[in-house]
Design a protein around this ligand. Sequence first.
Ligand code: G3I
Length: 326
Amino acid sequence: SGLNVLAKAAGKLYFGSATDNPELNDTTYTSYLDNSNHFGQITPGNALKWDATEPEPNTFTFTEGDQVTDLVKSNGQILRAHNLVWHEQLPSWVTSNNYSASQLTEVIQNHISNLAGHYKGQPNTDFGFRQDAWDVVNEPFNDDGSFRSDVFYDTLGSSYISIALDAAREADPNAKLYINDYNIEYTGAKATAMQNLVKTLQSDSVPIDGIGMESHFIVGEVPTTLVENFQAFADLGVEFAITELDIRMTLPETADLLEQQKQDYYTVVSACLQVSACKGITVWDWTDKYSWIPSTFPGQGAATPFDDNYEEKPAFDGIVAALQGQ
Ligand code: G3I
């Protein structure tokens, strides 16, 4: 009952996981990650970000990215590439040079043509290495639905989004082009803003194929409007994916919290299964050992379906039950 095998049987493209380069030295970890019965798709958690790939202007380093994509290739998995334009993990030269609008446009276009160009053109088959999607723009909105103020928006207004999408389509014509964000999984101002952005891009003939729903949730607080909201995105004619799923709790773990977490994972996975435009599900790493949560939210953690010792948690059973339609 591998997670990816069950997801595909349920009509999805994959069940996958994020990973990060330091973890790849842990051979027990990689023995699970390499098992495409469980993980048919990988997202590099940091390796493709701007600071990792273009640390100095027009100097590109693909070493860490290639380490992950070599693994993806040898495992016959699918790559979700993350990300091209984001306000975090930006090298300081992007923000400190006070670029004009036309200069920053060139900086964005050059970054995308080199990075997306490097990873393009992989065989488009489930049996080989498939570069499925790029998160072209990451986290463009504030929670109230206004555009986030960052170097891109402050210099170019929302036009940086179409500049990035156009450049990505040119660099990697076969990749699905996504915008990825959090707190858009449920109905509300931020989801509405994203839907309005999709409509504007579509009416301006800007390429937009999908929306990434990060899905960093809290045990016992999984939103109740997932399916309704997912359907609203599907009705716009875009696909979407659950791109960074984890469900954190305040530590210590208790049997009750783990049982609630099982129910919560079931709810999220079932919501994806109920809407055909939901292409796949990615957990933001599969083991608590390498989750980003404890370092960012002190006192919280245990957010993934496998514990620190790689044992399946009740959450794992919740995912399996949902994928089996139980
Ligand atoms: O690379 C440096 C290393 O040189 C240094 O020694 C070390 C000391 O702290 O830091 C390393 O950088 C860290 C980087 O991960 C690579 O490991 C940063 O401090 C750390 O902040 C960074 O965290 C990443 C975070 O994005 C940054 O915002 C997480 O690993 C990564 O999982 C997380 O992923 C994001 C998605 O991209 C977007 N959605 C939210 C998600 C969770 O925050």
